[in-house]
Design a protein. Structure first.
Length: 142
């Protein structure tokens, strides 16, 4: 006869009496989006950061010493809460904080940031000193 070890977490059968009411409820579906993309396109570096549900005025982008930081936060205001007749409430707070170094030096004056469809898109031109330079090769005669 084989001895089989009981793993209480492998089966939810033992939990049914405690959580049967939860199984009947429909829980909201949580969808995650990609967080941060950094890539080069032509002579620009582009950074995309997901901030779903956050408006442009609640997003802050800073760039210092080659480090880019995107922060965003939103929550329902008291005024919005008072206007609604509450049937069920789960406080909605969204907070995002991305920090990354950029792959090449950027002309800081060329940086632009836009929010579109829940994604902050930051673009900036690669600095002249960071672009590849062609070096002429001279022949030395003997």
């Amino acid at each position: 006869m084989a001895i089989i070890r009981l793993d209480p977490f492998s089966s939810r059968r033992w939990m049914r009496p405690f959580f049967s009411s939860w199984e009947d409820e429909e829980w909201p579906e949580i969808k995650m989006t990609d967080g941060l993309d950094v890539y080069e396109e032509g002579d620009q570096v582009i950074v995309k950061a997901a901030v779903p549900g956050v408006s442009a005025d609640q997003v802050e982008v800073t760039f210092e010493d080659g480090v880019l930081r995107v922060t965003a936060r939103t929550e329902e205001t008291e005024e919005e809460k008072k206007k609604k007749k509450v049937v069920y409430r789960m406080d909605r707070v969204a907070s995002f904080d991305y920090t990354t170094t950029l792959p090449r030096a950027i002309d800081a004056k060329s940086l632009e940031a836009k929010v579109e469809d829940g994604v902050v898109v930051i673009s900036g031109k690669i600095a002249e000193e960071a672009k590849p330079k062609k070096i002429a090769v001279k022949a030395i005669g003997k």
